[in-house]
Design a protein around this ligand. Sequence first.
Ligand code: DX5
Ligand code: ZN
Length: 218
Amino acid sequence: MNILAPSMLSADFGNLDSNLKHVIRAGADVIHVDVMDGNFVPNISFGPPVIKYVKKAVPDARLDVHAMILDPIRYLDVLTKFGIWGLTIHVEATNHIKEDLAAIKAAGIRAGVAISPDTPVSSIYDLMDMVDMVLVMSVYPGFGGQSFIEGTYDRIRAVKEKAAERGLELDIQVDGGVTLNNLEDVLDAGANVIVAGSAIFGENIDKNVNDFKNIMNR
Ligand code: DX5
Ligand code: ZN
């Protein structure tokens, strides 16, 4: 099943409450929540106090937390208490990825593993049976509004093929620079959880969500 996950990093933080409600009302099923620490990535976004608020603003939305922070498992307990849907951590951000993914599963939420553009796809092959989702980054993590890196298509296909080979049914998420212009190619390559920030938030949230969903439901 295809899932649209608008990234709240591109929301108007001065009007966060109405932006979040708007995107859900428009038909998005999931909110993609980008946590950045200024260490793993150069940017700093927001952390648990804001996520707690997001859950309050849109209690029925599924929160898909993308941790771009070093040693992310430190925040598992607090995030689980908020009732998030899933936590995705970067293979580059921890020295104990298997233990961390196992801890996320043990907490009863969805576990995701993310790979940055320069990390070989093969580095997550032996993690695929531990996760619900693989996140293939299509930009260098840290900022919204960047351009999609073309080499991502092959990386998505590689994950898809490996999963099929092993008989694993996992979601493949793509994040960064997805627009109406490349959405079909991204879906064709095998991604089914689509993150989009700047292409969704802004003046025309209703139209943007609609346009995305029309292509995704074809
Ligand atoms: C980048 C974040 C993305 C970002 C996507 O580090 O992980 O989720 O917000 O934004 P767009 O769709 O504008 O590239
Ligand atoms: Zn993200």
